[in-house]
Design a protein around this ligand. Sequence first.
Ligand code: HEM
Length: 355
Amino acid sequence: MAGRLLVSSAERRIRFGFLRPMTVATDVRRGTVGNAAASVTVQDSHGKLKTVADLPEIKTFRMMYRLIFKQYLNRMHELDKMQFISKSMSPTGDLVSNLTNELYRFSLEVILNNVQANPCFIMGVDGSPKFEVQKIAPIHYKRSPHVYGNISELLLAGVDTTSNTMLWALYLLSRDPEAQEALYQDVTRVLKGDGIPTAQEVNSMPYLKAVIKETLRMYPVVPMNSRLIAENDVVIGGHFFPKKTTFTLCHYAISHDKKVFPEPQKFKPDRWLRDGRTRPNPFGSIPFGYGVRGCVGRRIAELEMHLALARLIKLFEIRPDPTVGEVRSLTRAVLVPDRQVNLHFVERQKTSSEQ
Ligand code: HEM
């Protein structure tokens, strides 16, 4: 997600933020997201969209993840012992700042480690192609407004998004023991021991993926974005729109359409399973946007959330705090909870094969 949300004037330069033309000639090297599992979509010289790279394996990213996640889990254990458990004895306790902060810190570390390992990544965050930076000047960032701008965009795009989505996912799971059990079964069926899941293992956990998809459907963390139809007039649904019209897409409204998602207010990860059922229209929920200017961090974000959620659910049962009540969402650039979300992390017993 790029930093600035909406710009009202169609004349405004499009390189900032969400206001982007549909017809961008893109030679942006999407591969700059590093060596995480990434599909790279570009336009070829004939303007055709194609995927140029599918990198199924994760190398440095996975290694860094292991380090970061180890620390993070230790911290969760610490919190579990010191705070979550003691707070559960005094339900008026406030856990939210802890959980929100912990998720924020976790997402931040993942992104910053990526920046360190892939200097070009930071330079490309405004969507402008700066691939050559990687080769010329690996990590000597000059203090320029451009770099500051990129860093703040990176924080909003890469940290607030994943940390809030994780928070929403944990919140939804805490309120749905059945879904949580299904997720636990899905994860423990594949993951034995303490190892970090491989890309292949993640692919074998359909319910895990479904939980993230359903979370993003219910709480699309980037609730809206825009497109500027720059070059041509268009007719949509019988309505004429002159060129340079700005369209604002409300992801939240789209993904709560009951014609596409029956019972849209219900958390139902099953609707995303590929088990023979009729799946929802793929454009019914597009939390990462779409096309050449869709989210460049999508694969990293999904990977990060899949790995984090798999580990957390394997280690902890997540329970709601009865004092919190029904949480609503607010748009604060990203979709955030309207109150502190207290959750209890109860450590699971290890099975005999894992002792
Ligand atoms: C839950 C996680 C995330 C969600 C839901 C999300 C969503 C979005 C959306 C909706 C857009 C606009 C797409 C469009 O206009 O079609 C976007 C753009 C972008 N996102 Fe994300 N994002 C997430 C995580 C990340 C992460 C982790 C990063 C960086 C590591 C990132 C970097 C970017 C960048 C750089 C853009 C601008 C792309 C461009 O202008 O071409 N995002 N994101």
